[in-house]
Design a protein around this ligand. Structure first.
Ligand SMILES: [Zn+2]
Length: 222
């Protein structure tokens, strides 16, 4: 299996097979699975949103605030497309957890910050947690799990701002946002490099909002 990993890269194994869906300029919607959508929605005052309840309970202490901030950032900076909220594991559709030392996936890059696995409406996972083998997802994403790498639990190894970037980025994958390939485009979905300033990208950017529009405008009836 091919990993797009550079030093300290943000890794999502869902990036495998990313298809560049060409849409109207200026945005190419860079998606995890072409044509797929996060299909949990909620309608508030007649307006339909992507409903993204996230359980952050099982994140390590230093990931807790970044987790809740990432959730708020999707609600506040998604251009009113995403309604994310922190909820418990009985109501969540995205479950986050921190792996403990010594349990990071043997098949995963040792220095990956986090991984996101998505389940489709047929119960198929994007990849097998035990082997890392990938599966073909359907076009309806209904549930996801995000695991953080214990290598970065310390704030000296990864700042709170960078942790926020990581979790905001991973939640973006659950909504079928793929990696923004340009390393000069302001985007929370940019593949991460330590040498770039992440401080500007701890929340969705114009580019990310445009990708959401490309993917979901019709679906949400906007
Ligand atoms: Zn990623």
């Amino acid at each position: 299996m091919k990993f797009n990993v550079l030093k300290k890269s943000i890794v999502s194994f869902l990036a495998i097979g990313v298809i560049f869906l060409q849409v109207a300029a200026p945005v190419s919607a860079e998606v995890v699975v072409s044509g797929a959508k996060w299909t949990n929605t909620v309608t508030v005052s007649g307006v339909k949103y992507l409903n993204t309840p996230v359980n952050t309970t099982y994140l390590a202490t230093n990931w807790q605030t970044p987790g809740s901030t990432a959730v708020s950032n999707w609600t506040n900076y998604s251009g009113s497309y995403v309604k994310a909220s922190v909820q418990n594991n009985s109501t969540s559709k995205v479950d986050c957890a921190s792996k403990v030392s010594g349990t990071w996936y043997s098949w995963a890059p040792a220095n990956a910050y986090a991984i996101t696995n998505i389940q489709d409406s047929s119960g198929v996972w994007a990849y097998n947690f035990n082997t890392g083998a990938s599966n073909s997802l359907g076009t309806s994403f209904v549930y996801a799990q995000i695991y953080t790498n214990p290598m970065y639990d310390s704030n000296s190894d990864l700042s709170q701002t960078s942790k926020t970037y990581v979790l905001t980025h991973e939640i973006g994958h659950t909504q079928n946002l793929g990696h923004t390939q340009s390393q000069t485009t302001a985007s929370v979905m940019r593949t991460g490099y330590a040498s770039y300033s992440w401080a500007n990208y701890d929340r969705p950017q114009d580019y990310d909002r445009a990708v959401l529009v490309a993917l979901y405008q019709t679906y949400l009836g906007r």
